[in-house]
Design a protein around this ligand. Structure first.
Ligand code: NAP
Ligand code: ZN
Ligand code: ZN
Length: 408
């Protein structure tokens, strides 16, 4: 479901410098569309050209790229020009069309988890079209629709990499932004026009999935799919999803498609109807303030996607004997969660966590979404609306994922 945002007032309210840069982006896009790119380099990267040109006509890079970057934890994002590396043998150059906004981008931007290296271009829900390939790329060709999620590299030889769980790489997966790559450079993410990624970390997007809707599958989708699969969610199982945001709404749709019965636990009365539309059978509003005794020991699994510290003591009693509570939301490190032993031991419950999913599993999730016609609910914005969208996400106003259109 798409909701094209055309909030002209918001664009006008932006600073003069941002407006100038917005015009720059428009000019660049327009030039690219007619094949007259800046410095003669951007032109061939238009979607049409990417789909029809041969690899050689694009060159092997390095590729000038325009992005939106965080320069400090307290300022709005600003334009940033940089270069993507020249193609290595297994590299794929991707003209980015869309990138979803994940709450993790905001945590990084606000330094909720650690000190960051600025300027930082966030974004790990990338979707685009292959523009060029390296000499030994075998999985992709120019014109293919592809996505990239949270990882762009890993060691590839540890026990975790061997079984396709690169996110748990024993030598540290390389994340899509804010990470030191194995060649020593810092990775920059998907709030940008172009990327170069090793083919082993690229996901194929089936024709039936719109590129704008593919991005949020790369992080939000896989982050809920992986634990739902791991804890064997399916027919006959009752699942609680805490937080109906980007991850949560995908969780409701995916768990429902897996055959489970879903209970949404939300802090937003205004989301009740949507929760039911996405497949939830039950909706609990404001768990802190209501009597939950009728739900006691009713759930086989709880997946918690809420992004800041919240009370857990009322949620654990909803778990059946031996059931697991899995946290995927990740609050500020300065505000740890409280969990007493009596939340866990009376019914032998487990408190677990889960991080995104492996590359193979992400492909499986994308194919699962294609098969079951699952799509994220998205609102498309322009590059200059990112900071405003971040504020709305924190205020729980997103319905349910903002996706940046690089050409807007
Ligand atoms: P989101 O779109 O903002 O959704 C989070 C939802 O949590 C909100 O819509 C809201 O739903 C609920 N919520 C409860 N308390 C809140 C509060 N104080 N402030 C804001 N929302 C609150 O975020 P997201 O992109 O789904 O990401 C959710 C969390 O998962 C983030 O911490 C993110 O960093 C993390 N994450 C983890 C992984 C992983 O690998 N483990 C991957 C991606 C993201 P209601 O209105 O229904 O209450
Ligand atoms: Zn994410
Ligand atoms: Zn590894």
């Amino acid at each position: 479901m798409k909701n094209e945002i055309t909030d002209k007032k918001q664009v006008e309210n932006n600073s003069e410098s941002l407006r100038i840069d917005r015009r720059d982006f428009i000019v660049t896009s327009a030039m690219a569309a007619v094949g007259v790119g800046a410095a003669g380099l951007l032109g061939p990267f238009s979607a049409q050209a990417a789909e029809t040109n041969s690899t050689k006509s694009l060159g092997q890079g390095p590729y000038p790229t325009e992005g939106m970057a965080v320069y400090s934890a307290t300022e709005p994002l600003k334009p940033f020009k940089f270069k993507r590396r020249a193609l290595g043998p297994k590299d794929v150059a991707i003209k980015l069309h869309y990138c979803g906004i994940c709450h993790s981008d905001i945590h990084h931007g606000h330094e909720d988890w650690r000190k960051e290296t600025f300027p930082l271009v966030p974004g790990h829900e990338l979707a685009g079209i292959v523009a060029a390939i390296g000499s030994s790329v075998s999985k992709f060709k120019v014109g293919d629709h592809v996505g990239v999620g949270c990882m762009v590299n890993s060691c590839r030889h540890c026990a975790m990499c061997d079984i396709g769980m690169e996110q748990y790489c024993e030598n540290g997966a390389v994340f899509t932004y804010g990470a030191k790559d194995r060649d020593g450079t810092m990775t920059q993410g998907g709030y940008s026009t172009f990327n170069v990624v090793d083919e082993d970390f690229i996901i194929r997007v089936p024709d039936s999935i719109d590129l704008a809707e593919a991005g949020p599958m790369m992080c939000a989708g896989i982050t809920v799919y992986s634990p739902l699969r791991h804890w064997s969610v399916g027919p006959g199982k009752k699942v609680g999803i805490v937080g109906l945001g980007g991850l949560g709404h995908m969780g409701v749709k995916i768990a429902t498609a897996m055959g489970a019965e879903v209970t949404v636990i939300t802090t937003s009365q205004s989301k009740v109807a949507d929760a039911r539309k996405f497949g939830a059978k039950e909706v609990i509003v404001n768990p802190d303030g209501v009597d939950l005794s009728k739900y006691k020991r009713s759930l086989d699994f709880i997946l918690d996607t809420a992004p800041y510290r919240h009370k857990l003591d009322k949620l654990f009693p909803l778990l059946k004997q031996d059931a697991t509570f899995c946290m995927v939301g990740a609050g500020k490190v300065s505000e740890p969660y409280e969990l007493g032993p009596f939340a866990l031991l009376p019914f032998r419950n487990s408190y677990a966590g889960s991080s995104i999913g492996g590359i193979r599993e992400t492909q499986e999730l994308v194919d699962f979404c294609a098969l079951h016609k699952i799509r994220p609910e998205i609102s498309i914005i322009s590059m200059n609306e990112i900071s405003d969208a971040w504020d709305k996400v924190v205020e729980k106003k997103a319905r349910y994922r903002y996706v940046i259109n690089m050409k807007a």
